[in-house]
Design a protein around this ligand. Structure first.
Ligand code: ADP
Ligand code: MG
Length: 322
């Protein structure tokens, strides 16, 4: 349904999207998750034909966005991060305007009424958009995307600025739409994506760092062999010491959990028990070991680990690759 192959976008020297590839199957809700600046909006703007890529291929329902832009775009409903609302129009005028822009062929009154009912904006139909709250503006933006009943919906941070009740409402709505549409939804908030999506692509620094179901991601990154440890002391130095402990295959830092105390996940080399060596290495260098337990990683831990930038996420010693 949506095919992205080796997509790259450079802004001058900045590589905002760096050779990403993924697919979204028909009827799937894909969560596009990443911190601010990861490249989500850039990717979505390219998927919808609003921005050209530096290189790579995008196909929507088999139509190449560059070679058959009209066919490709006709398959897409897009809710950009900043919905393109005309503030001086009423909701009615605006939706009719979009209806004309999209050269929609459905029965106008009936189609718009159905969408307004779905988005629960019937009672503001004759209001000026500039007088609507953020939540209602977002719904009008969403309504605009649904005009023409496109099979693919691309939603860029659809719940930003909404209050908790509106967020729950929006999630339910997206889930329902997902029954009959292919959806890509971006977010920098993990629970958002976890609540709604079948599959998650995590993007960081323009690169895809994970692509799987939420449960498979948890299963892959959790392992009862891993130990979670807390150590007081400067992150980089402690990280370096931990990486060199005999029997430790890799180290991931999860950030500062108490004042000056960082948490790390340690993966042992096959069959090794490094706990004594760890204690010795830390006490020799004067860093206090404040906790050590076997870990289960939540999806949130995985997200943080995969999208931390300060340090390499994982090191392997001695050039060993598994
Ligand atoms: P996200 O939506 O994940 O927050 P964006 O796709 O908006 O990320 O941005 C990705 C990176 O590209 C950021 O570093 C951002 O500053 C940069 N960027 C986005 N748009 C432009 C632009 N028009 N010109 C230059 N840099 C841009
Ligand atoms: Mg964005």
């Amino acid at each position: 349904m949506i095919e992205v192959q080796n997509l790259t976008k450079r802004y001058g020297s900045l590589c905002a999207v760096d050779d990403i590839s993924f697919r979204v199957e028909e009827g799937e809700i894909l969560g596009f998750l990443g911190p601010n600046g990861a490249g989500k909006s850039t990717t979505m703007n390219i998927l919808t034909g609003y921005l050209s890529s530096t290189s790579g291929i995008v196909k929507i329902n088999g139509h190449d966005i560059l070679e058959e832009p009209n066919e490709a775009k006709a398959n897409i409903g897009y809710l950009p991060e900043q919905p393109p609302l005309c503030l001086d129009m009423t909701v009615k005028e605006y939706l009719n305007f979009v209806y004309d822009l999209k050269k929609c062929k459905f029965n106008r009154t009936k189609h718009l009424a159905e969408i307004c009912k779905l988005m629960r904006i019937e009672h503001v139909f004759n209001r000026l958009i500039k007088n609507l709250s953020k939540g209602y503006r977002q719904r009008v933006g969403f309504a605009q995307a649904l005009i023409g009943n496109p099979p693919v919906l691309i939603l860029d941070e659809p719940t930003v600025g909404l209050d908790p009740n509106q967020i729950i409402e929006m999630r339910t709505l997206i889930k329902n739409l997902g029954k009959h549409h292919t959806v890509i939804l971006s977010s920098h908030i993990l629970p958002e994506v976890e609540a709604v999506c079948d599959r998650i692509v995590i993007i960081n620094g323009g690169k895809i760092v994970a692509d799987d179901t939420a449960s498979a991601l948890s299963a892959h990154y959790s392992s009862d062999r891993r130990l979670l440890t807390r150590v007081a002391g400067e992150e980089k130095r402690v990280y370096d010491i931990l990486s060199h402990v005999d029997g430790v295959a890799s180290v991931t830092c999860f950030g500062e959990k108490e004042n000056g105390v960082f948490e790390y996940a340690l993966v042992p080399e096959e069959g090794s028990d490094f706990r004594r060596a760890l204690f010795a290495a830390l006490s020799q260098s004067g860093f206090a070991l404040l906790g050590l337990k076997s870990m289960e990683m939540s999806l949130e831990d995985i997200f943080i680990a995969l999208t931390r930038e300060q340090l390499p996420q994982t090191t392997r010693k001695g050039g060993k690759q598994k």
